[in-house]
Ligand binder design. Structure first.
Ligand code: TAP
Length: 478
């Protein structure tokens, strides 16, 4: 009998992940309900389907988690680095083994394309644990002085744009340095952190070394204010970052803040156009533009503006927007209705202030939260879409004539997180990079990440560095 095969690319099966109807908080190695029994729902932004019900941690739970982490700190910090490394290596390997399940989970809870969770998020998550596992027994050789000591309990608050990757950026260096952690994932993406809790148990990590508190902003606020915390690490909006800085002021808590951005992607007239177009598209449409270091301002040299914009529009017309579980999807769902409303309002302000809006014709699904890849030309530096972080798939195009003008415009921002330079001239690359007030500068590429490379901002993009050797310093008393 002839068998029939479907040749259409099938969506990645969600059957690879088993999501329970409800989850508790992960405190002292056990899942438990919130003390006051509160829960909230997490939905899939691409379908609005309720994925699960999750415990909402209150101040009593924060206190229990911090106490568990403090108790665990005594033994964890006294372990030889080589022993801590073994746990981190084990966690990294389990992440690799479970990466398909975790990629589908992250795509369901966040809305980002499976292509990205599978090929970017998950490999980077495992790489971070491998990388910091390697540091755990070499802290004396990290150049921080003879006897670096862990700080204690780190309170870590992360956003929804890269839930598991931001968790890895926070937890891997903290544990390698001998700290214990209490981490709060974002309200709209709690699931991968809870699966990570399960991975900690699978790896045999001692109880209380990692604690996961799901909840909302009030949970985050209670955590950073708790007196048992020695270090606060936050990634998210500049507004909340400033609030946290005020809470921490006057205490001896160490603080690192990784906040917003308005990255300039600068294209000079000698740049290879096709390569630059790929970098521009990846710079702003990767993760639907919900990336702190997104190249959300395109600065193009006036003489090549028409040629570049034609090529860019052609490329944008080929982007596939839709089901994030489909392996061919380039642009997935916006993470939440609130975020979609923010993007819509800012994009509308662009039109109202006189910029010219363009988007390829694409049919958006009727369920879920969607925004078509969008381009604005005739943008001035005064427009809100040139100044404010949109955190969505919206690119604002400005022009320049000279390198000095490009630098001035790129630096004309309250933010200073990322920038990109596209040119064939090595001397220009170095000279321009040197003048940019941005923590990360990419040359002839964009949105490239590596655990060995420090990441962080200037100005209102925050302070402190994550990744690389520098990322350890935030978790050590040196
Ligand atoms: P935030 O409110 O900054 O959320 C980041 C994290 O902080 C979440 O876990 C959040 O919890 C928690 N949080 C909220 N209020 C807090 C408080 N008072 N004290 C301690 N923690 C608190 O970001 P958002 O509302 O998700 O997004 C708003 C805008 O921020 C976006 O449009 C975007 O422009 C920007 N953003 C930037 C980044 C990066 S990486 N730079 C990341 C996310 C958002 P809940 O999720 O429960 O609110």
């Amino acid at each position: 009998m002839a068998m029939s095969f479907a040749y259409a690319p099938a969506p990645e099966s969600r059957a690879v992940v088993d999501i329970a109807p409800s989850y508790g908080l992960f405190i002292d190695g056990e899942f438990r309900e919130a003390a006051d029994g509160k829960v909230f729902k997490t939905v899939s932004p691409s379908t609005e389907e309720v994925l699960s019900e999750v415990a909402q941690a209150g101040s009593e739970d924060v206190d229990a988690a911090v106490k568990a982490a403090r108790k665990a700190f005594e033994k964890w910090s006294a372990l030889p680095g080589s022993e801590r490394a073994k746990y981190l290596f084990r966690i990294a390997r389990i992440i690799q083994e479970r990466s398909r399940e975790l990629a589908v989970l992250e795509t369901l809870d966040n809305g980002k394309p499976i292509k990205e969770t599978r090929d970017a998020d998950l490999p980077l998550v495992a790489a971070h644990f491998f990388y910091y596992a390697g540091w755990a027994d070499k802290l004396e050789h990290a150049g921080f002085g003879p006897n670096p000591k862990p700080l204690g309990v780190a309170g870590q608050v992360i956003p929804w744009n890269f839930p598991l990757l931001m968790l890895a950026w926070k937890i891997a260096p903290a544990l390698a340095a001998g700290n214990t952690v209490v981490l709060k994932p974002a309200e709209t993406t709690p699931l991968s952190a809870l699966f990570f809790a399960d991975i900690c148990r699978q790896a045999g990590l001692p109880k209380g070394v990692v604690n996961i508190l799901t909840g909302d902003g009030s949970t985050g606020a209670a955590l950073v204010a708790h007196e048992g915390i020695a270090k606060v690490a936050f990634t998210g909006s500049t507004a909340v970052g400033k609030q946290i800085a005020r809470t921490v002021a006057g205490t001896d808590k160490k603080l690192t803040l990784e906040l917003g951005g308005k990255g300039a992607n600068i294209v000079f007239d000698d740049a290879p156009i096709d390569q630059a177009v790929e970098g521009i598209v990846g710079g702003i449409f990767f993760n639907q533009g919900q990336v702190c270091c997104a190249g959300s301002r395109l600065l193009v040299q006036e003489s090549i503006q028409d040629e570049l914009l034609d090529a860019l529009k052609r490329r944008m017309s080929t982007l596939r927007v839709g089901d994030p579980l489909d392996k061919n999807t380039d642009v997935g769902a916006i993470n939440s209705a609130e975020q979609l409303a923010r993007i819509t309002a800012l994009a509308d302000s662009g039109t109202a202030e006189g910029a010219e809006r363009w988007a390829p014709s694409c049919e958006l699904p009727s369920q879920g939260y969607w925004f078509a890849p969008t381009l604005f030309t005739n943008v001035t530096q005064a427009h809100r879409i040139a100044r404010e972080e949109i955190f969505g798939p919206v690119l604002s195009v400005l022009t320049f004539r000279t390198p000095a003008e490009a630098v001035a415009k790129a630096n004309n921002s309250q933010y200073g997180l990322s920038a990109g330079i596209w040119t064939e001239k090595g001397s220009r690359m170095l000279a321009v990079a040197d003048k940019l007030r941005a923590g990360i500068v990419w040359a002839n590429t964009f949105n490239k990440f590596d655990p060995t490379s420090p990441f962080g901002g200037f100005k209102e993009s925050g302070f402190g560095r994550e990744g690389g050797r520098h990322g350890l310093e935030a978790y050590l008393s040196v």
